[in-house]
Design a protein around this ligand. Structure first.
Ligand code: GLN
Length: 230
């Protein structure tokens, strides 16, 4: 019985963008972080094997739709736009956007954004917020909004002085502020919720994920992951 279970255990391919501590990052060549362990716990309960694949955040939904991955676990905000093309699990985390700058910066959000160069990760809700509320309203010239494939690149540009600020999810901003020479200077209340995404119509996998999430919450197991990473 055990052998047949091992043989037939299905492998679920999980796409992530491993530049987003404490949700997903690489440590000693391993995928670690809250989302990664959450997926491992879900897989244990649901009885499938996992394979993680790293890609840029804006490649996740196309990869999901193309069948290259089965799940996107990447601190992904549930939005109406995304819900048109993928299905989301129940929400498992809440976040807003934060503005981070170099620790010694005199950046102040009381002046117009216009003179600043702002970095975002392409296709994120931070990108969307800056595009809709700054660029499209004429508060920030399009050329001053720099879009990056990864936050690793955005952070190095921030530290090098190539950009003045980054807009990103508040929990990750707080983590960077605690571990890098950057500080949080403002919060944009967007009231986002993260979900695990699957291909549209993949009800079988989504039901398993939701069922496992419920179990992790009810048993308090999820609190162990929260304590580990936050
Ligand atoms: N939560 C944000 C979004 O969904 C950012 C996610 C990320 O960069 N990994 O767009």
């Amino acid at each position: 019985l055990l052998i047949s279970f091992v043989l037939f255990a299905r492998t679920v391919t999980v796409g992530t963008s491993a530049d987003f501590p404490p949700f997903e990052y690489i440590e000693n060549g391993q995928f670690v972080g809250f989302d990664m362990d959450l997926m491992r716990e879900i897989a244990k309960i649901a009885g499938f094997e996992l394979k993680f694949v790293d890609m840029s955040f804006d490649s996740l939904i196309p990869a999901l739709r193309a069948g290259q991955i089965d799940v996107a676990a990447a601190a992904m905000t549930i939005t109406e736009e995304r819900k048109k093309v993928v299905d989301f699990s129940m929400p498992y985390w809440s976040a807003d956007q934060s503005i981070i700058v170099k620790a010694d910066s005199d950046f102040t959000i009381t002046v117009l954004f216009g003179k600043y160069r702002i970095g975002v990760q392409t296709g994120t809700t931070g990108d969307l917020w800056c595009t809709e509320n700054l660029v499209q309203k004429g508060l920030l010239p399009e050329r001053n909004l720099k879009r990056y494939d990864t936050f690793i690149l955005a952070l190095s540009d921030l530290l090098n002085g190539n950009i003045d600020a980054i807009v990103l999810d508040s929990p990750v901003a707080n983590r960077f502020a605690a571990t890098k020479p950057v500080k949080v200077v403002g919060i944009i209340v967007t009231g986002e919720q993260y979900g695990i995404a699957v291909r549209k119509g993949n009800k079988e996998l989504l039901d398993k994920i939701n069922q496992a999430l419920k179990t992790l919450i009810e048993t308090g197991k999820i609190n162990e992951l929260i304590d580990k990473y936050f």
